[in-house]
Design a protein around this ligand. Sequence first.
Ligand code: TRP
Length: 340
Amino acid sequence: MNPLNVSSTDIILTGDRTTGQLHLGHYVGSLANRVILQDICPQFLLLADAQALTDNMGNYVKVRDNVLQVALDYLAVGIDPQKSTIFIQSLVPELSELSSYYLNLVTVARLERNPTIKDEIKQRGYERDIPAGFLTYPAAQAADITAFKATVVPVGSDQVPMIEQTNEIVRRFNNSVAREVLVEARAVVPENGSRLPGIDGKAKMSKSLGNSLALSSSEDEIRQAVKMMFTDPNHLRVADPGQVEGNVVFTYLDAFDRDSAGVAELKEHYRRGGLGDRVIKQRLENCLLELLEPIRARREALAQDPGEIMSILKAGTARARETAGRTLSEVKAAMGLNYF
Ligand code: TRP
């Protein structure tokens, strides 16, 4: 079985807001799985530029430019556009049309209660001045998911309430037309899901926290990041016993070093004392270089020809539109809005 218990009859949809390049946390939490899952069932990958604008008012250049950057990240890690359909959200107007119908199936109170929305309103300091598009993005996300009749949505744990709200909309819609037009989806959160801590040891790796390592990082940047990483602040001399729990270097070794027996031995030695931070950092540096160097090189090669990347996205978007258009027609027909 694959890491997420997905079968060949499933349909996957997931995506990323195009607000910045992807980093190591994205790789562990989702990109690595997508590379595996694309061989198991159809997989739609959404470059969520329209959703990115819901909390990036006026930042058109950033959101637009990162469509290409995120696409480069996808391709560099091995997502294959022959197997996965990569598409640009704003170029599939069927999604906004679906979303406009779904908005009639949710209340403002329910949107305000959505835990993800609540958190994000707090983080962004909106208080009562919430952009309406932001408050209602759960309905838009329901459109993203249901347009493809997705059964599986791999996401980080912060996105689970979005899938719950999507399924509420699905049930409400199907009830309202007394037909099973839309399909419920299950959120699958990978076990190690997006929980890679930042290089500073903070709970989450995030570009905005400045504690991330981009997939495009150079050797120097990787070395620098490892150098800055927290270990055990009480492990002052090599001979001292050290703590493994909460030690970022070990957390990363657990995530990236395939020789887990070797890592277990290192942990033993570290706990006992006599193992210096230099040694474990060197080992981690080697692991990260081995993982990231080919990704960086591939990304750089792909970036030479942005026109080629855009034509991949154009083809993917055309495929996505076909599927979304079929669902939209079914939805409208079920509501009796098929006049001619
Ligand atoms: N909300 C997701 C994020 O912030 C991006 C996204 C948009 C998404 N539409 C989606 C994820 C549909 C899964 C399914 O990362």
